[in-house]
Design a protein around this ligand. Sequence first.
Ligand SMILES: Nc1ncnc2c1ncn2[C@@H]1O[C@H](COP(=O)(O)OP(=O)(O)O)[C@@H](O)[C@H]1O
Ligand SMILES: N[C@@H](CC(=O)OP(=O)(O)O)C(=O)O
Length: 434
Amino acid sequence: MHLSHSLRVYKFGGASVKDATAIRNLHAILQHRPAGQPLLVVVSAMGKTTNALEHIYHLAHTGADYTLPLQELHQFHLGVAEGLLPDAPRDEHGRLVCGAGAGSLHCLLQELGDKLATLSKGEYDRQYDQVVSYGELLATCIVAAAVGAKWLDVRPLIRTDHSWREARVDWPTTERNVREQVQPLLQQGVVLTQGFLGGTASGQTTTLGREGSDYTAAILAYCLGAESVTIWKDVAGLLNADPKIFPNTVRYPEISYQETIEMAYYGASVIHPKTIKPLAVRRIPLYVKSFVDPEAEGTKIYDCKHGTLAPALILKTNQCLISFESKDLTFISEENLEVIFGALAQVRLKINLMQNSAISFSVCTDWHEYRLRKLLEHLREHFSIYYNTGLELYTIKNYTPEAITQLTDGRQLLLEQRTRQTFQFVSRAATPSA
Ligand SMILES: Nc1ncnc2c1ncn2[C@@H]1O[C@H](COP(=O)(O)OP(=O)(O)O)[C@@H](O)[C@H]1O
Ligand SMILES: N[C@@H](CC(=O)OP(=O)(O)O)C(=O)O
């Protein structure tokens, strides 16, 4: 089968489509691309729309009044569409025509309202996906119309299981779907689709995990054998730390898949952790570039060798440290660990760091109140369980003594761990230095 070797995949996240001005900038980036190459564009929800939809969904599910935030969401999207498409035709009700048929802006807004109005009591996660997915549907409808691209519904193509809110991809089916259905479209011009979304065999919408649009770009690139993927961000490239948190960051001009996958795993939120593997498997380079300065070099992530990199500083906030102690002073055994790991997997709490001692085993996880409550229910009879919330997990990859001092100074460390390349610690919020 012919694969699109010259295909480029571009991914634009929330910040790059946050308003009409940002979308005009995106359009300019598309117009400046090299001529004659097919292009597939993956777009996320606009700005913080996914957070807004989560909020609206939560209100609706708990029976609270969500009218105002839903109205704001409608007005916001209609306002951006009006700003971008002032000369677009109007329908018989005088409404702007943006997109066509079931994928048109007014149909999508109507559907979202209907879904919220008809939620049933249970199935929180399944219904979450059916509602929160509208962020990407609305954004792609508007952006495709604004840039004159072909709008593609990704949900029938990326086939997933039923793991709502973090669905797992059925790779063989997805690859077949994408090759058969996207390949011919790419010959007709720029194709633009949603990040973050997938669909089950029975046609229900799923999502791939928060910030999962980078992953979508990688899935599609993998299936189509793309030449490269570029993710357009509000930063100069992959930096050694988040510039919103740490001063004096440096950009990595190039970096290996392996280093990047580890940074993403430890919590560097610039790239979704699942993005790298499909690209590495097919040796597709990933460029991280600035949509603010599109001509600047950015970062190239590929199968490269490099010397020691500047230490990478990574912070995960909102952490919880859970300690399990045997109730009768018996040692923590493999059997105990099996029970603990099984329960953690069952409630879908991911371990960010773990440590054991003779009669105690500790894990640091993201803080999910509901999941922790379930975990306690499962394990209370086996162990005495203690937990602390409101913690931070710091990771320094390729650490130096100076980098450790810089981060640990003035902090109370609750747990620390060091390997040859990586230093990690859990702490409470920083105390002001003297
Ligand atoms: N190591 C890092 N290098 C660059 N940016 C980082 C890094 N770690 C975290 N970030 C943050 O990632 C943000 C960009 O990612 P994200 O907000 O997910 O973009 P988008 O949603 O637009 O795709 C940056 O604004 C920056 O604050
Ligand atoms: N809109 C989704 C998916 C996503 O990837 O967004 P972004 O590319 O803006 O991080 C989210 O906010 O989780």
